[in-house]
Design a protein around this ligand. Sequence first.
Ligand SMILES: [Zn+2]
Length: 129
Amino acid sequence: MSVKTSKLLLHYLNLSGNQHVSLRGIAREAKQQVIEDCMCNCQNRLSLLQIRRVFSEFWAIANHEQQNHYLRGCIEVLGTENINGNRKKMYRYKVKLPEFTVNVCRKFFLGLHGINESRIRRKVGKLLL
Ligand SMILES: [Zn+2]
């Protein structure tokens, strides 16, 4: 395998969320779904199978731009709210399933897809404004 193809392969593994060792020899953990208890019991709105499917289909996209495009389609800007003099954008997070669409909280949405808040802010939020 040439250096070029192995680079491409690593890139793919990274984007698809699989565990791999980076070119610098750093072991990267596989992307993980983190389903935490939220006050609103979002996890009860989906079956375990649906929860798993959302995660695996998201990482199967394996393309950063297309993943962001998908995320933007799931997030709706509700408007701005004034909190202690600071303007804060309010969002709605939707999980789109073939069967139905369900609104979930931010915490559940992030954990469901195995992404962190900074990704939404940097890559997705900007384009929603
Ligand atoms: Zn919730």
